[in-house]
Ligand binder design. Structure first.
Ligand code: GLA
Length: 714
């Protein structure tokens, strides 16, 4: 009935009735942050406090936002009648711990691409501290990027004890949280749990290799468990290459508050008079069509607006790490460069072990910090290698770990105070190394000069793999003597200063972000990096799980996946098929492979070059989860919905599961006909399967699985 008699006048009338019975505050004002499908609605109450009233599906009639019941205060601060975790907690010079933030003004302006930025200014009139809340809404991608700024207008410094980027409120029957945690070689493994009363935190205090155990992203499903195609899903992630914290708190009224930001652990920050503290961005998307849609939203946004060269191509490569480890010389590398060429790959990547003379890098115990080519292994330097690559017509990439130092290095002899480490007690070493103190501008210059120096002497270096193997240990800054609790934050800011300078001078150079595998994976770092190394674990079975986990947040072109010798029991074809789902590379010694295997790889590179545009630019559909443990399947569909690539893997199938698990495709046009071919077969012969309508393939599906263990099909 409402539908037929709907009119704005009627809504106004209804609103006035609600007002008169006290449901709505007098002179309340709505601030609506819209994407095409999502709305985040804030309300300025009559007492000038700002509340969230909605986060979810965009309503058809904007004036009905005035009818929404009030949820929690937008960014709850300390000591003002809130009995739960605050987003902000600042202490002033008199020891006053209370902050009450009230609305001053807000502005809406156009921002990058089609986005709109809403900025809300709040101030504590007694304490002279202000906060600006930023919300950038990307309409088509349905992504909202939010952060806060804390401004100290006082005459004295204030201490920031908690300084979140975002606080969001949810009202649902139940809340299911999916987290992506793990360890070295077990990154981004998925667990889902129902949230009960109280707090659940996902955080890191590892500093540099921040995501070794927990990833800086989460999936929240409202009312029921997460599902790829149905239900309300929120994917959220913090763009911060350091300590992060997500706090999920379910209160006595079954409402959920989610606070995201830098982990305040051991990070109280002094903000001087007149200074502003800018928090990192919290990026999120809401979907009412399940998790799959939420992931596609983030992928679209990331490629268009965030990742370095997000819309560009990516280089296939041959890496020598597993083929040689530290044991190589110029000849071996030049041979590998020729192998890269004969395989049809775009690039050769020289890994760890190429530097250090007084303390040669022949294992992981020495040499980090001394970035001069080792004269024994490479008598003619890197230049000879870039020349060899140039001659072969392949590009040349180089591994570096410029934030780190081995105590056994010339750098340590010269600058013992550049390390993060105390001097008055026993030190703890992670992988025999220490972290350089990037809060120190001198160290920032040194790190910048490593990369700049390499590119100046060898301008043909076309790519870097930037590693970071150690978390921050022995937490003591010889630079920030007075404010030790600034170290975690200022380290990351120092890192960004270096990366900013490098990006300004070398805007085009692709770089892989690596951290002992996938220990650094966040959307601020990906402004500077074109891709990341997802895991040192390249066992293809484990990779199915690891890549599945990362695919929730990151587009396939950013996820490096290499074919290696890990798990010799699995066929080479299975390994290649797994790597093809991401940014493919090889880390094998081809000279030791049987000819048939080498030929298969050569054909695979050709096949990949033929469809990689679909992987890199297309929409991802996660069809069957590897967590079923029997089979898994993933597909990518190009924007025009004309071409698609489907990957199907039999993991440990049970008897007769192959037939009962017909694979239903997604993302096709129902009324179009599709020709189906099986490609990348070991025998090199593509097989024509038949021609089917999109409707048939999505409704009935096709036979893509087998009953045999560890088989795969594309
Ligand atoms: C880390 C990386 C590996 C490799 C080694 C080299 O573990 O994740 O890929 O580069 O360092 O030491």
């Amino acid at each position: 009935i409402l539908n037929t008699i709907y009119s704005p006048q009627l809504m106004k009338y209804l609103a006035s009735i609600l007002l008169s019975v006290g449901f709505l505050p007098l002179s309340a004002q709505e601030i609506v942050i819209n994407t095409n499908n999502t709305a985040l609605v804030l309300r300025v109450d009559k007492d000038k406090r700002v509340y969230q009233t909605h986060l979810g599906k965009r309503l058809m009639h904007e004036n009905e936002y005035a009818l929404l019941p009030q949820m929690g205060e937008v960014c709850i601060s300390n000591g003002n009648g809130n009995y739960f975790e605050p987003a902000f907690h600042f202490t002033n010079s008199k020891g006053n711990e209370t902050v009450i933030l009230k609305y001053v003004s807000h502005q809406v302006k156009k921002s990058d691409g089609n986005s709109t930025e809403t900025v809300v200014l709040l101030t504590d009139s007694v304490r002279q501290n202000s906060v600006r809340l930023f919300y950038k809404a990307y309409p088509k991608e349905n992504v909202i990027v939010t952060h806060s700024e804390i401004i100290n207008n006082d005459k004295k410094p204030i201490a920031l004890k908690k300084y979140a980027s975002s606080m969001l409120h949810f009202r649902a029957q139940d809340y299911y949280l999916t987290q992506f945690n793990g360890d070295w070689a077990a990154e981004a493994s998925i667990t889902e749990s129902k949230l009960g009363f109280g707090k659940k935190m996902i955080d890191s205090n590892l500093g540099t290799r921040a995501n070794m155990f927990a990833s800086p992203f989460f999936l929240l499903s409202l009312d029921k468990q997460a599902d790829e195609n149905n239900g309300q899903a929120i994917l959220g992630t913090l763009g911060w290459t350091g300590n992060f914290r997500f706090t999920f708190e379910k209160d006595h009224e079954n409402k959920l508050r989610v606070i995201s930001g830098i982990n305040p652990f051991n990070s109280e920050y002094q903000l001087k008079a007149g200074e502003t503290f800018v928090t990192p961005e919290f990026i999120f998307t809401y979907s009412d069509e399940g998790t799959g849609k939420a992931s596609r939203n983030l992928h679209n946004w990331a490629r268009k607006y965030r990742v370095k060269d997000g819309e560009g191509d990516r280089l296939t490569l041959l890496n020598n790490w597993e083929a040689t480890f530290f044991d190589f010389n110029e000849k071996k590398i030049v041979d590998l460069i020729s192998e890269a060429k004969s395989l049809g790959l775009d690039m050769f990547l020289l890994d760890d072990g190429w530097f250090g003379n007084k303390h040669p890098r022949n294992d992981d115990k020495a040499g980090l910090g001394d970035w001069q080519p080792n004269k024994k292994k490479l008598p003619n330097g890197i230049k000879a290698l870039t020349d060899a690559a140039k001659q072969q017509g392949v590009k040349f990439g180089l591994w570096i770990e410029p934030e780190m130092i081995n105590p056994k290095s010339e750098l340590m002899e010269k600058h013992p105070n550049w390390v993060v480490a105390w001097n008055d007690r026993e030190r703890y070493y992670f992988r025999n190394q220490l972290v350089l103190d990037l809060s120190n501008p001198e160290v920032q210059n040194y790190v910048y000069d490593i990369v700049d120096g390499l590119l100046t002497t060898c301008p043909d270096i076309a790519y870097f793999k930037w590693d970071c193997n150690s978390p921050l240990t022995n937490i003591y800054s010889n630079y920030e003597k007075e404010h030790q609790s600034h170290l975690f934050v200022d380290y990351v800011k120092g890192l960004y200063k270096v990366l900013d300078r490098l990006k300004a001078k070398y805007p085009k150079i692709p770089m892989m972000l690596c951290s002992g595998g996938g220990g650094r994976t966040d959307y601020e770092a990906l402004r500077y990096f074109t891709e990341f190394w997802a895991s040192d674990n390249t066992d293809p079975i484990d990779r199915l799980y690891i890549q599945w986990g990362f695919s929730h947040i990151f587009p396939a072109k950013t996820i490096c996946a290499h074919v290696t010798e890990w798990n010799r029991k699995v066929d080479l074809k299975f390994k290649v098929d797994v790597a093809m789902m991401g940014k493919m590379g090889f880390d094998l010694n081809f000279s030791t492979l049987p000819k048939a295997d080498a030929d298969f790889c050569k054909n695979a590179v050709k096949a990949y070059n033929g469809f990689k545009d679909i992987i890199f630019k297309g929409d991802l559909y996660r069809l069957v989860s590897p967590y079923s443990n029997t089979h898994t399947a993933t597909m990518y569909v190009d924007e025009a919905q004309k071409r698609a690539v489907v990957f199907a893997f039999d993991i440990f199938p049970r008897y007769s599961t192959a037939e009962s698990t017909r694979l239903k495709l997604q993302g096709l046009q129902a009324n179009k006909m599709y020709k189906v071919k099986e490609i990348n077969r070991y025998d090199g012969k593509d097989i024509e399967v038949g021609t089917f309508s999109g409707d048939y393939l999505m409704t009935v599906g096709m036979k893509a699985f087998s009953e045999h263990r560890l088989q795969s099909r594309i």
